[in-house]
Structure formats: structure tokens, C-alpha cells
Design a protein around this ligand. Structure first.
Ligand SMILES: Cc1cc2nc3c(=O)[nH]c(=O)nc-3n(C[C@H](O)[C@H](O)[C@H](O)COP(=O)(O)OP(=O)(O)OC[C@H]3O[C@@H](n4cnc5c(N)ncnc54)[C@H](O)[C@@H]3O)c2cc1C
Ligand code: FES
Ligand code: FES
Length: 1464
């Protein structure tokens, strides 16, 4: 039994291979050629002969081939190693350490005898051969492979063997034992002070490292394994996910789990193996892991910044469960966020590993689609050619790295480890006795379990941790048992995941009625953080943190769970977790010398009912708004309440028991009157004051009451209480939501006549799709961190950096005095300080820059800078700005009547209209939340030349601003970028905020300087999507036709211009959406506030305008009693039309998209079904809605509608294309390659794009306004036309010549093989000063309609998107895979905007939402499982490259459908 389990957890496939290897030479050969399996075993032996530097170089590369040569000789070591294993097992029995289900009452952990000694190992040497040891070693016995000629192998074996053996035998004088005897804080007495762990099968040894440095930083900065990304540094995004493998100190079982490397302290991986994305596969060697390959093939990565994290999350799952269920896959993704894809393609890739209900794997080779039977090819709905997994090899779990044998043999999991570093002393005892002594000696030392709480605390509060104690290896803290009288005992060394597993096992053994608390704990675990956090976080950490919004503490309280505390002096004591346990905000009764040892979860009696609920802004991986847990015990005969416990989180500074309400329920019959009494009491005792921390007082109270109501209904249902009707369902949102995915992507397939080499129109994967798993360029540089303002408005009096400058590692400080007089950042206007000179204008504004030797020191230095400033009243909202008459510039206008009246505005007479509707709509901002924060590196060269690599959407902008602020001509500044980890407009104009200060520092210090913003700072320093308010008045005639509209658009611009004017212009010209307004007067106001300057965001103001229109349409329809769909149809543009601001729409495909969406979504039937559902369900409701959209394409500023490109052909036929557009996940480079392929008539594989750089293409416009592929594509086409013209004669002369031959001949005949292309698109803008409509401001428009079906829990507001169908007109798609990916991604971003993303700013202007903890973007769980996209067929566009239409920023608008549905 134990063996079976061990095998399962280990790696069944590897075990099997190992077990069989001796019987078949063929198998030996095949396993030998797998480099990873063999390399892993070998590196364990070879490691300490390799210089550390060499090791580091190897970490990200293929294993050293030399190592394979010596594999045969390792077999000689096996008998000895086997003896180790046996002796270890023997010793375990002697010491009484039990493998499973240890009852604490039987154990005397604090008196555990010392662990085995090396002497006992050697005394029990036996020659027998143990297959488990074999598998642990990953060793084969291929004697035939030995040449045995030179003898070098024997020498090498000797060295290898002794390297393994010596550390164990040399410890004979120092037994593996308790540190003990009050000297436990003497680091030198520990078994080891060397941090030993493995990364990707390679050994790493550290003798002196800051123990609290995160694993993520160590991997990236020390090992240069940059595949692991940092997106937030606080456990909230999953970009840093790695797999950790460890041996359980109690059972010896190997456990693989995903973890956030940004939370894991480096010393926390002592004795463990870390696997990063680099170990899986890489493009260079043409070797991708099945997870990577499938993700690339389903187009599952766009900007790619989240991709390594997703890969590692899935990989970790497969290591434990090679054929997982869909549910397990969903759970494995819980901690990973993607801002680009909309999740559908990621899920498709990963679901292909899942077993279907039938037991078959989901990839069916005929369709090659991960959706299996749900594939649109099978069900006949779509073309289904976007994804082809049929060429993917089946996943083979036998080829994975195994756990490092050295760690197994050394039993690192049982060793006492300590490290003394200047900043922190890290103790990691293996015995409870030692742990308790340490805690007595250092009562104020922090105990670190999973570090998920402490890491965040340390990061934001910059707390020092001189001593930390890690209890995770204490054997006694891994115990668990079931006592039928007392309940379930769980020691706190178990992670939450392990706790959940144990609970699951015990539930199997118990009657259903006994395990209600266990079941609720299991259910709650699903909503507790994400999988990667749960894999490391502990129950102890959760209890000791005493967070008022803990998910588990209310359950412990309601169920009467007890906590076991222990100190050295007073021994064990047990406390019930009740109203006396939590004594204040984040305070408990735990004494400073005590540790949390375990909990006892009581079993429930018959007729005792426990339920628990949580409501958060996002369904998964989010901190609760309110949690509630309830326990009611009924008398079976009288149905009266014997006891009732009601506990809440989120309703007070601590978790509470609602004592008075509990009292009201006690002894009463369980009926409606009980509900009334208890609810009334709760309603009066739980009232929260206005201004309560966390806000939403009324909603929180409503949740608390709803939760109790749910409990009440649930108890009534279980007890079959007839007076409470069955028909009132205990609402569980999403019960009927399919776990599985249904999706269709339809598009026009390329014609059969299209040449093989012509890539246009093909759904080829993103050119970087595979490379997204690899690292990035490495620069050895200094690091900068900003000192930022603490308040939003004030005067900077003085700034003192002397304390920071005295800190080791801090190099310099820069502030306004280092900036050239008058130098300011800002498009044209130049109104943004590089560093505040005097006036503080927003919270988070850069005041100065600390430069240090590493990022963390720079951050700590910045925190030590003393700022002296006086605070002023801040202007925060649009209303504040109106009151203070605070505006950025004069108002903007459009008056449609000016077009027909020779430039004269005709003022409307509103008295003449019978049907007028007026109102106000507000729309909040949105954080870009690109996964890669702003970063740049500036490298100074001679003659003041600067080389800048920046995460920007506009290299020219960075060049301009740096040149302007430093007084350096632009020809000396080279700015380049290969790809960025998402932009969405947030890196269009804001990159200079980092690049200019970094350049100032680099020039002065003559050293490269890097600034990488923490998510916390990124979200404060740079602005967001603009919040808007719209005041409107609309007139409609008797036929329901729109007649007139007067509307004011009030924009919250923030503290400077930035791009606010462009944004408001676009907002104003999108107010028509798809409707014909015969007369419109618009006014645009730019309100100046004390916020970071709001900036471009996907759609650039268009979404705000269209949102206003759709809301107005709904309002008018409601007011006038019209059906909203009819009202829309009546006013929708005809196929050719003109907008109120002068643009012609020809052809206008709004109606076509609308009609097709109705058909594809089966709209009318779905509407009826929803109505039926709503009749049957009192508290769960469904709504369906259709939303049409139109978006105009082009820059509103005329001169930006130009682009250049450079096409270079080399004599081997390869082609290098450079253009001014940035690749940020939108597939721009892929499309440009496709365009070049068609233009030059060559295969796409011959074409390459390196980066966007100012020395290749000057003065490039930003990659924005959806113009990336249009403008740059046209420029490339122009360059190719020139080259084709030059080659035309030669082509005629040599019609049969290959491309390579043609190019070579051209070179020999001295024909130029490079060309610079140029392109413009027309733009005749509106005159926003006078309000006169323009001519053709935009070249064309794109159209779409979305259908959404949403289910909502009326008691809590919880909701789920059930189904989405989108029809989009993208002309002749250049690449359907990319276009559909963009549509899906934009849709989910829009879903976030209208449902969960909320920028929180205090009335004094202090920004509260500064990271994923407080700002929630949708997770994979939020993506509709029925998600289909159809590209409108038969649409083309004469105004763009190859009749395509751009897609990038438009589709965001379809999300209005979601809002509409929710409103219903
Ligand atoms: C991204 C993210 C999401 C989260 N989501 C949730 C959520 O949904 N719900 C929720 O409730 N919490 C959540 N948390 C908070 C946190 O994960 C939990 O509170 C977790 O249980 C803490 O456990 P830990 O082992 O990581 O604690 P640590 O960070 O290691 O320690 C926390 C505190 O407990 C003390 N401590 C730890 N172990 C012991 C011990 N054995 N004896 C005495 N004191 C001890 C430490 O000294 C410290 O003060 C989240 C955290 C993050 C980073
Ligand atoms: S960087 Fe670690 S979770 Fe975001
Ligand atoms: S591809 Fe996921 S964040 Fe960009």
C-alpha cells in the first residue's frame, strides 16, 4: 500500500522504466537517449567536480554530453547506495517516526530521539538491490555500453562515487540529531550551513546568501534563468510559477507542486529541487515539452509574458497526474493571470491533456483539436482549422526529470539547516524540541511557514527580519490523524493543499453526517487563494495572521475547532477558536514563545449542519469581501435549535461570532420566525459605519444576511422541514455551468488556388509563440527605484537621501536638481516633471531616484529617503474639478449642424420635441495590468551616445523625450525593443517616465542603469483608462427614431495633458456607435485632477463613447417603453451612411454582424430559455443581451498616419524586415511576415524580424490606434514593390530560378537588395476647436456584435458568464488565428472592466488599488466555457492592406453586452 502510494507520487512512469530496464537491452537504449532523465541522475554525481561558474552556464542549456559517458559505471555504486536506503528505513522504525496517520496522543514528538547516524547506515549494508533506490537514482545498468579501454571511466567513477559518499561518511563525527541544549541558536551546530538545492537537475550550493531573497530573484539575477517572469512580486499573477519537488520529512514521499517563486524565500528550497521553464524545452534545440508545443499550436500566447507561468502550472499538474480531469486543469490554473488571450486557447491546449468522461484522451487525431468531441469540426459549426494538434506527440511522462538522488540519499529533508547572513539568520530545525527552544530564546523572531503572508508584509512595510525560523521540516508538524471522538488532527507543517488531501481521505472513511465541517473546509479551499499559494501556505499562518477576512477562520469558529499551541516552558495547550481567540486587528492570544502546532477539527453529529460561504470581487483567487460560516444542531424530534454558531469574516476588525444572534436562535423551532429573529438581530448588530475600511458597508451587510439565509434554506432542505418550501432553492451560482469548453471559430478559408508560399490569410501561429518560453537579454547594471510622493497634492519642502546613501549597496540619488533646467516630459507640451521640483501633483509621483547595486537594495534605499512636504487638498473626481474649475485646456466641440450651414451652428430648440430623455452616466477607469511592468535599461557609450532598451509602444517617443530632457541629439540615442509583455496603450506615452530618469543616472554614473517598476509602483506612477461622466439629453420621434442629442463628455484627465486630448476626440466621434443621429451637439471637457495622468487604453476613448451611447439607448428604450432590440434596429446605420461628424461609412456592415449574431447565437430561443429559467428560480437569474459596435480606424492626429519600413535581402535569400511597430502580443510581426511573404513571393520561413529600433526606422508613430499592421504593412509593401521592380528584369530572364539563385544573381549584377518603404493613410479631421465636422477623418470602420448570456445569484451578486458568441467584420483576415485571439482577449478585458476591475482612490487622492491583491482582472475561471467567435464572411476593405481590417483595439466594446445582461 505504502509502496503503491510512493510510486504514484514519485513518477510511475520513471519507476516502471527503472523496474524493467535490466530485462531489455532495447529499453536501456531508448531510455538512455532521453537526455533529461539520464542527465538528472548523472548531474547528481558529477556536480561537485564542476566549477560553479560552469554549472551556471549549464543551467539553461542541454546537459553536458560527457556526463552520459560515465553513466554505466554508476551501476557499481548501487549496492552501496541501496544499503543506505535500507539502513534509513531501519532507523526510521527504531526512532518510531511513523509513516501515516499518526495519532498525536500516541506520539511524544518533543522527546523524539536523535535521528540515524552514519554508523548505523554502514552497519546494515546489504548487497540486495532495491528498485525504489534504483528509481531514485535514475540509474540504468548498461554494462554493454562500457568500452573499458582507457580506464578513465574507473577514475571518474571513483571521483563521482566519493563525491556522493563523502559528505555522508564525513558527518560521522557529527550525527544527524537535534541541535538542542539551549544552543539551538548557534548556527554552527546545525547539520549544515550550506544551502543545497537543485535547479533543473543541476546542483546549486550557496554558502552565503540573503535567506529572504526570493527564489524568483535568485533564479533571474543569480542563475540568469530569466524564463521565470515577475509580474507582480506578490503572489497574485502566476508569472513566476515554478515546480518544487521535496521529500516529506515524515513519510519520505516525494511531492511535486507548483509555487510562486516570488513568495518563496531562497532558503526555503533547502534540500528541494526546483524546475523552471528552461528545463522543459527550448526553440533553439527544436525540443519543446508537450505543454509548450500544444500551447504554441493553439495560439495560447500573445505577448507571452504569462506563458512560462502557465506552462509550469500545467507541467506541475502533469507531474502528479499525467492524465488529469478538466476540473483538475481548471484548478491548476487558478493562480495564473493572462491579460491578452481571453484564456480560451490556453484552456484548449491544456484540456487536450485531459481524460474525457469516456476515459479517452481529449485530443482526437482526426480533428487534432483539444476540444475532442466538442470540436467545431465534429459538430459541424465552423471551419475548425485554427488549431491542429494532430501532429503533436502524445504526452510521455517517462521523460521527465526525477528527484535528485543526492537529496534522497542525504535525507536533506531530515537535516537541521541554518544560515547566518548580515541581514537575517535563518534557522530550519528538524525537531519540534529545537523549534520550541528557538522560540523561547527568540520570542519575537518570525516563524515562516509558507511565507505567503509575510512576503507581502515584508515587501510593503519594509520590515526587517533579523531572525526567522522555518518550521516546515519539523517532522512532528507533518502529523495527521483521525480520532472518532475528537475529530481530525492536522499539524501545521502541512500545506493547505496537503490538508485538503488529508481531509479528502478522512471524508472517505467517515459517514457523511460526520464530515460536514471537513466538506465545507474542502469547498472553501477551492476559493482560497490560487493553487500555487495553497501548495505552500499553512493553516498556522492563516490562524496566526488573524486576518479579518480570512477564509478559514470563520469556519474554524463556527465549527468549534481547537488550535494546539506549544511552548518549551509550558508544553502543549489547546484553545478553542472562539470570540476570545482573536483579540484585535491581526492579534491573537498566541503567546510570543508559542508555536501553532496543529488544529483539531471536530466531527459533526447527526442533525448538525455546517455551511460556509465566501464572496469576493473575482470568483477565484481573490480575498473575500465577506465570509460566513454557520453551524446549526437541531433536535431531531422537536426540530428546535440545540445550538447555533454564526461566524463572519469581513464584518469587523477580527473574525467574529455573532453572539447575540446565536442566542436568539438557541432553543427555538427551526422555522420562518427563527429566520426573522436571527436576521433582525444580525441586521442591527452588524451595521458598518460609512467610511469603514474596505468600504461597501451596505453590500457587506447584505452579504452577511444573505449567507445566513442560504444556511437557513440549506438546513431546511437537509432536514426536510416542510414549512419551508422546497421550491426555494438554496442558490449556488454556476452549478449548471459546464466545466468543459465548447467553442467555435469560423472564418473565411483561403482559396484553393493560393500559392503554398503565400502566408496571407493563413492562421499561422504567432512567430514568437514558441520563443515566449525563453529568456531575455542580460545586462549587468545598476538598478534604480523611485522615491514617490505619499500624497496627491502638496508642496515638496526638502528631500534628504543621506540615510539611504549610507546603506550598503546604495550608489547614488537623483532628484530635480539633476535635471536640466526647464526639461520636462510630455508630447509637444512638455508639462510633466521628471522629478517633482516643488508642486506635488499626484500620489505616487516620482520625487527622486535611488540607484543601487541590486533592485531590492534600491527599493529599500528609496524607502529610507526622508521627504518633507506639506499636504494640500486634492482634486480627485470630475465633480471636484468642476467645483474648482480645474481644466487642462479649453473645451472641445462637435456641432453636426455646422456641416450643412456654412460653418454656423444651429442651436436646437428642445421645446419642440415631445419625447426627450435626460440623464447622467459615469464610467470608471481601468488599469492596463500588462503582465510585464514598465522597465528599461540605459547603457551609456562614448560621445554621450545612449543605447536604450525599453518596454514601450513607441521607440521614437522614448528617443524624443530622452533627447529633449538630456539635451542630446536624437542621432546619438538608439532605442530598441524586441517585444513587450503587453501594452494596451499603457506603454504608448508613459515609457519616458522611466527612461528619462534612467538616462540621467546612466549618463552621470557612466554605467548602465535599469529601472524595473514593481507592480505596486507601476500602478501608481502611470495613469489608466480615463474615467468619464456623460450628461445627455436625447429626443426621439413618434416612430422611435432618434432625432437630436446634446451631450457633454467630462473626462478625468489626471494632472497633465498626456494623451487626454486624443482620447476625448475619439470618445466624441464614437458617440454614434452604430446609430444614425441626425443632429448632435457634443462638448468635451478635460478635467484636471490630482491623479496620475490618464492615458491611452485599448480603444483610446472610443469604448467610453460607445458605452455612453449603449447606456443612453437602453435608458431611452426603458423610458419610452420600447423593446431595446427593436429600438436599436430602427436606428442602426444603413449599409452606406454618413456619421454626424462627417465620415462616410461605405460599406457599413453593422446590420450584417447583428443579423448573423442573432442567428449564430440562437438569440430568440436563448431569450425564451432564460425567461423559463427565471420563472423556476427565485434567486438565480439569467439574462441575455446583444450589443452592436462600430470602431473607426486611424490616428485622429493627421501626421501620425504615416510609417516607414526597411526590407533587406541577403545573398543567401533570407530577408530581414524592420518597421516601426512594436510586437506586444497582438501578432504584428507575424502579420508583417505574412505580408512580406506575399509581396516578395517567398515562403514566410525566409523572413525574419528582429526588433523595432530608431536607427533602422526613424520617427515611427506609436503602435496604437489599431494602425500597427495597416500602416507598417503598407510601408513594407511599398519597400517590397521597389525591390520587385528592381528584380523584375532578372525574374523574366530566369523564370525557373529559385529565390536564392535570383538573389545571388542580383547581387553579382550589382542590383541593390535593400529598400526603404513609406506609406500614409488619409485623414481629414474634425475641427474640435470650432466644432466643424471633418471630411474623412478615418479610412474605414470595423463592426461587430456580441451575444452574452449571464447567470447571477441575486442574494450575493455573484455572476458567471455562461455563453458568448461574437460576430466580427475584419475584412479579409490577414491571420484568422491572431484576429480571433485578439477578439477573445479584448472581450475578456472588457468583461473585467464592467464587472470586477475597480480603481480605488481615497477622497484625498491616495491610490488604494496598487497590485493584484486589490485590483482584480478576470482569471481563467471567468472565461465563458461556451465561447465562439465568427469572422464575418464576404467582407473586404479596399482601404487597407490586402483588404483586411485591423482588429486590435476594437472588440472591447462587445462587453457592453455583459453589462446589459447584468442590468437585466
Ligand atoms: C496571492 C495571495 C492570495 C491569498 N488569498 C487568500 C485567501 O483567499 N484567503 C485567505 O484567507 N488568505 C489568503 N492569503 C493570505 C495567506 O496566504 C494565508 O493567510 C496563509 O494561510 C498564510 O500561511 P503561510 O504559511 O504562508 O504564512 P506565513 O506567511 O508563513 O506566516 C504568516 C504569519 O503566521 C506566523 N506563523 C506561521 N507559521 C506559524 C506557526 N507554525 N506558529 C506560529 N506562527 C506562525 C508567521 O510568523 C506570520 O506572522 C493570500 C495570500 C496571497 C499572497
Ligand atoms: S510575480 Fe509571482 S505571482 Fe506575480
Ligand atoms: S499572453 Fe498572457 S499576458 Fe500576454
Amino acid at each position: 500500500m505504502e509502496d503503491t502510494k510512493r510510486r504514484r507520487l514519485w513518477n510511475p512512469a520513471v519507476d516502471e522504466t527503472m523496474g524493467k530496464e535490466q530485462t531489455s537491452h532495447e529499453q536501456i537504449q531508448s531510455t538512455q537517449i532521453d537526455p533529461r532523465t539520464t542527465a538528472f541522475a548523472l548531474t547528481a554525481f558529477a556536480q561537485h567536480h564542476l566549477m560553479q561558474q560552469q554549472q551556471l552556464q549549464q543551467l539553461s542549456t542541454q546537459p553536458n554530453q560527457l556526463q552520459f559517458l560515465f553513466q554505466p559505471y554508476l551501476s557499481m555504486a548501487l549496492p552501496l547506495l541501496n544499503a543506505h536506503h535500507n539502513s534509513q528505513q531501519t532507523q526510521k522504525k527504531k526512532t518510531g517516526v511513523r509513516i501515516k496517520s499518526v495519532s498525536p496522543s500516541e506520539s511524544t514528538p518533543s522527546k523524539s530521539p536523535p535521528l540515524s547516524t552514519p554508523a548505523s547506515y554502514s552497519s546494515s549494508l546489504t548487497p540486495s538491490f532495491n528498485p525504489i533506490v534504483k528509481s531514485a537514482l535514475g540509474i540504468h545498468v548498461p554494462n554493454e555500453n562500457c568500452c573499458a579501454v582507457c580506464g578513465a571511466c574507473f577514475r571518474m567513477f571513483f571521483e563521482l562515487f566519493s563525491s556522493l559518499w563523502m559528505p555522508l561518511s564525513s558527518s560521522s563525527s557529527k550525527e544527524l540529531r537535534s541541535v538542542s541544549d539551549n544552543k539551538v541558536d548557534d548556527v554552527s551546530l546545525y547539520d549544515t550551513n550550506v544551502l543545497l538545492f537543485y535547479v533543473n537537475g543541476n546542483r546549486v550550493e550557496e554558502r552565503m546568501v540573503d535567506p529572504m531573497m526570493t527564489l524568483a530573484t535568485y533564479l533571474r539575477d543569480h542563475l540568469r534563468l530569466t524564463g521565470t517572469k515577475i509580474g507582480c512580486n506578490e503572489g497574485g499573477c502566476g508569472a513566476c510559477t515554478v515546480m518544487i519537488s521535496e521529500r516529506d520529512p515524515l513519510s519520505g514521499e516525494i511531492r511535486h507542486f507548483s509555487a510562486n517563486s516570488c513568495l518563496m524565500p531562497i532558503c526555503g528550497v533547502f534540500g528541494k529541487a526546483v524546475t523552471t521553464v528552461e528545463a522543459l524545452g527550448n526553440v533553439k534545440d527544436g525540443r519543446l515539452h508537450a505543454v509548450q508545443e500544444r500551447l504554441a499550436k493553439t495560439h495560447g500566447s500573445q505577448c507571452g509574458f504569462c506563458t512560462p507561468g502557465f506552462v509550469m502550472a500545467m507541467y506541475s499538474l502533469l507531474r502528479n497526474t499525467p492524465e488529469p480531469s478538466v476540473q483538475q486543469i481548471n484548478e491548476a490554473m487558478q493562480g495564473n493571470l493572462c491579460r491578452c488571450t481571453g484564456y480560451r486557447p490556453i484552456l484548449e491546449a491544456f484540456y487536450s491533456f485531459a481524460k474525457a468522461d469516456t476515459g479517452d484522451l481529449k485530443v482526437i487525431t482526426e480533428t487534432g483539436c483539444g476540444l475532442g468531441e466538442k470540436c467545431c469540426k465534429v459538430n459541424g459549426n465552423g471551419n475548425g482549422n485554427l488549431t491542429d494538434l494532430s501532429t503533436c506527440a502524445p504526452y510521455d511522462p517517462t521523460h521527465e526529470l526525477i528527484f535528485p538522488p543526492e537529496l534522497t540519499l542525504k535525507h536533506t529533508e531530515l537535516r537541521n539547516f541554518a544560515m547566518a547572513h548580515d541581514s537575517t539568520v535563518w534557522y530550519q530545525p528538524a525537531h519540534l524540541a529545537d523549534l520550541l527552544v528557538l522560540k523561547r530564546l527568540h520570542p519575537h523572531a518570525r516563524v515562516i511557514s509558507g511565507n505567503s503572508e509575510l512576503a507581502v508584509e515584508r515587501k510593503f512595510r519594509f520590515i526587517d527580519l533579523p531572525i526567522v525560523i522555518n518550521p516546515r521540516q519539523v517532522v512532528e508538524l507533518h502529523e495527521f490523524s483521525l480520532d472518532i471522538k475528537r475529530g481530525v488532527y492536522l499539524a501545521t507543517g502541512l500545506s493547505l493543499t496537503q490538508m485538503d488531501e488529508r481531509i479528502g481521505e478522512y471524508r472517505q472513511q467517515l459517514e457523511e453526517f460526520q464530515s460536514q465541517t471537513l466538506l465545507e473546509a474542502h469547498k472553501m479551499m477551492h476559493w482560497f487563494a490560487g493553487k500555487h499559494v495553497r501548495n505552500v501556505a499553512s493553516i498556522a499562518g492563516n490562524i496566526a495572521t488573524a486576518s479579518p477576512i480570512s477564509d478559514l477562520n470563520p469556519l474554524w469558529m463556527a465549527s468549534g475547532t481547537t488550535v494546539v499551541l506549544e511552548s518549551e516552558e509550558r508544553g502543549e495547550r489547546e484553545l478553542i477558536i472562539d470570540e476570545k481567540f482573536f483579540v484585535g486587528y491581526r492579534k491573537t492570544t498566541i503567546a510570543s514563545d508559542e508555536i501553532v502546532k496543529a488544529i483539531w477539527i471536530p466531527l459533526t453529529e447527526k442533525h448538525e449542519h455546517v455551511t460556509a460561504y465566501k464572496q469576493a470581487a473575482r470568483r477565484e483567487d481573490d480575498i473575500a469581501i465577506v465570509t460566513g460560516a454557520f453551524c446549526t444542531l437541531l433536535d431531531a424530534e422537536t426540530q428546535s435549535v440545540k445550538h447555533m454558531r454564526i461566524s463572519y469574516g469581513g464584518m469587523a476588525p477580527t473574525t467574529i461570532l455573532a453572539l447575540r444572534a446565536m442566542e436568539k436562535g438557541k432553543g427555538r423551532r427551526f422555522d420562518w420566525s427563527l429566520l426573522e429573529r436571527v436576521t433582525c438581530e444580525l441586521a442591527s448588530s452588524l451595521v458598518l459605519p460609512a467610511g469603514v475600511p474596505g468600504g461597501m458597508p451596505r453590500y457587506r451587510l447584505a452579504l452577511a444576511l444573505s449567507f445566513f439565509y442560504k444556511h437557513f434554506l440549506e438546513v431546511a432542505r437537509r432536514e426536510n422541514i416542510t414549512s419551508i418550501p422546497e421550491s426555494i432553492e438554496s442558490t449556488k451560482i454556476g452549478e449548471s455551468i459546464p466545466q468543459d469548453q465548447y467553442s467555435t471559430q469560423s472564418f473565411t478559408e483561403i482559396s484553393s488556388g493560393q500559392a503554398e508560399w503565400d502566408a496571407v490569410g493563413r492562421p499561422i501561429p504567432h512567430v514568437s509563440g514558441q520563443k515566449h518560453t525563453t529568456g531575455e537579454a542580460i545586462y549587468y547594471c545598476l538598478h534604480g527605484a523611485f522615491v514617490t510622493s505619499k500624497f496627491a497634492s502638496g508642496i515638496l519642502e526638502s528631500i534628504d537621501a543621506s540615510k539611504a546613501l549610507s546603506m550598503p549597496g546604495v550608489v547614488a540619488f537623483f532628484d530635480a536638481s539633476d535635471v536640466r533646467p526647464g526639461a520636462k516630459i510630455g508630447h509637444g507640451v512638455g508639462d510633466t516633471d521628471v522629478f517633482v521640483e516643488r508642486e506635488i501633483r499626484y500620489n505616487g509621483q516620482p520625487l527622486g531616484l535611488i540607484v543601487a547595486t541590486d533592485h531590492e537594495t534600491a527599493r529599500r534605499g528609496a524607502n529610507a529617503v526622508v521627504v518633507n512636504a506639506t499636504q494640500k487638498k486634492a482634486i480627485v473626481t470630475i465633480e471636484d474639478a468642476l467645483d474648482a474649475k480645474s481644466f487642462i485646456c479649453p473645451d472641445m466641440h462637435i456641432h453636426s449642424t455646422m456641416a450643412e450651414n456654412n460653418g454656423e451652428q444651429v442651436v436646437s430648440d428642445w421645446n419642440k420635441y415631445d419625447r426627450v430623455v435626460e440623464g447622467t452616466i459615469r464610467m470608471g477607469g481601468q488599469e492596463h495590468f500588462y503582465l510585464e511592468c514598465h522597465q528599461c535599461v540605459v547603457i551609456p557609450h562614448e560621445d554621450d551616445e545612449l543605447e536604450i532598451v525599453a518596454s514601450t509602444q513607441c521607440v521614437a517617443d522614448v528617443q524624443t523625450e530622452v533627447g529633449k530632457c538630456l539635451g542630446i541629439p536624437r542621432n546619438k540615442i538608439r532605442v530598441s525593443v524586441r517585444r513587450i509583455g503587453g501594452g494596451f496603450g499603457g506603454k504608448e506615452s508613459t515609457a519616458p517616465l522611466c527612461a528619462v530618469p534612467a538616462a540621467i543616472a546612466a549618463i552621470k554614473l557612466r554605467r548602465p542603469v535599469r529601472i524595473t517598476l514593481e507592480r505596486f509602483d507601476d500602478m501608481a506612477i502611470s495613469g489608466n483608462r480615463h474615467p468619464f461622466r456623460f450628461d445627455y439629453k436625447v429626443a426621439v420621434d413618434d416612430n422611435g427614431k432618434l432625432v437630436d442629442m446634446n451631450i457633454a463628455c467630462l473626462q478625468n484627465a489626471g494632472h497633465t495633458f498626456d494623451l487626454s486630448i486624443g482620447v476625448i476626440h475619439r470618445c466624441m466621434v464614437h458617440l454614434d456607435n452604430v446609430y444614425h443621429f441626425p443632429r448632435v451637439d457634443v462638448i468635451g471637457k478635460l478635467c484636471k485632477t490630482n491623479l496620475a495622468s490618464n492615458t491611452a487604453y485599448r480603444g483610446f476613448g472610443g469604448p467610453q463613447g460607445m458605452f455612453a451611447t449603449e447606456s443612453i439607448m437602453t435608458h431611452v428604450a426603458e423610458q419610452l417603453g420600447m423593446d431595446i432590440d427593436e429600438f436599436r434596429e430602427k436606428n442602426m446605420y444603413e449599409s452606406s451612411a454618413k456619421t454626424f461628424w462627417g465620415n462616410s461609412l461605405d460599406p457599413c456592415n453593422a446590420r450584417r454582424c447583428w443579423d448573423e449574431c442573432i442567428e449564430k447565437s440562437d438569440y430568440y430561443n436563448r431569450k425564451q430559455e432564460a425567461a423559463k429559467f427565471n420563472k423556476l428560480n427565485k434567486y438565480r437569474k439569467r439574462g441575455v443581451a446583444l450589443t452592436p459596435t462600430k470602431f473607426s480606424i486611424g490616428f485622429g492626429l493627421k501626421h501620425l498616419n504615416q510609417a516607414s519600413a526597411l526590407v533587406l535581402i541577403y545573398t543567401d535569400g533570407s530577408v530581414l524586415v524592420s518597421h516601426g511597430g512594436m510586437e506586444m502580443g497582438q501578432g504584428l510581426h507575424t502579420k508583417i511576415i505574412q505580408i512580406t511573404s506575399r509581396c516578395l513571393g517567398i515562403d514566410a520561413t525566409k523572413i525574419h524580424i528582429q526588433d523595432a529600433a530608431t536607427d533602422k526606422v526613424p520617427n515611427a508613430s506609436p503602435t496604437a490606434a489599431s494602425m500597427g499592421s495597416d500602416l507598417n504593412g503598407l510601408a513594407v509593401q511599398n519597400a517590397c514593390d521597389q525591390l520587385n521592380e528592381r528584380l523584375a528584369e532578372l525574374k523574366n530572364e530566369m523564370p525557373e530560378a529559385t529565390w536564392e539563385k535570383l538573389v545571388e544573381t542580383a547581387y553579382l549584377r550589382m542590383i541593390s537588395l535593400s529598400a526603404s518603404g513609406f506609406a500614409t493613410t488619409p485623414c481629414d479631421p474634425v475641427d474640435f476647436g470650432t466644432g466643424a465636422p471633418g471630411g474623412e477623418m478615418f479610412s474605414y470602420a470595423v463592426y461587430g456584435t456580441a451575444f452574452c448570456e449571464v447567470e447571477i445569484d441575486c442574494l450575493t451578486g455573484d455572476h458567471h458568464l455562461l455563453r458568448t458568441e461574437i460576430v466580427m467584420d475584419v475584412g479579409d483576415s490577414l491571420n484568422p488565428a491572431i484576429d480571433i485571439g485578439q477578439i477573445e482577449g479584448a472581450f475578456i478585458q472588457g468583461y473585467g472592466l464592467f464587472t470586477m476591475e475597480e480603481i480605488k482612490v481615497r477622497p484625498d487622492g491616495v491610490r488604494l488599488s496598487r497590485g493584484p491583491g486589490a485590483y482584480k482582472i478576470p482569471s481563467a475561471d471567468d472565461a465563458p466555457r461556451h465561447f465562439s467567435v465568427h469572422l464575418l464572411k464576404g467582407s473586404s476593405n479596399k482601404n487597407s492592406i490586402f483588404s483586411s481590417k485591423v482588429i486590435i483595439f476594437f472588440e472591447l466594446l462587445v462587453e457592453c453586452g455583459i453589462k446589459g445582461t447584468l442590468e437585466q
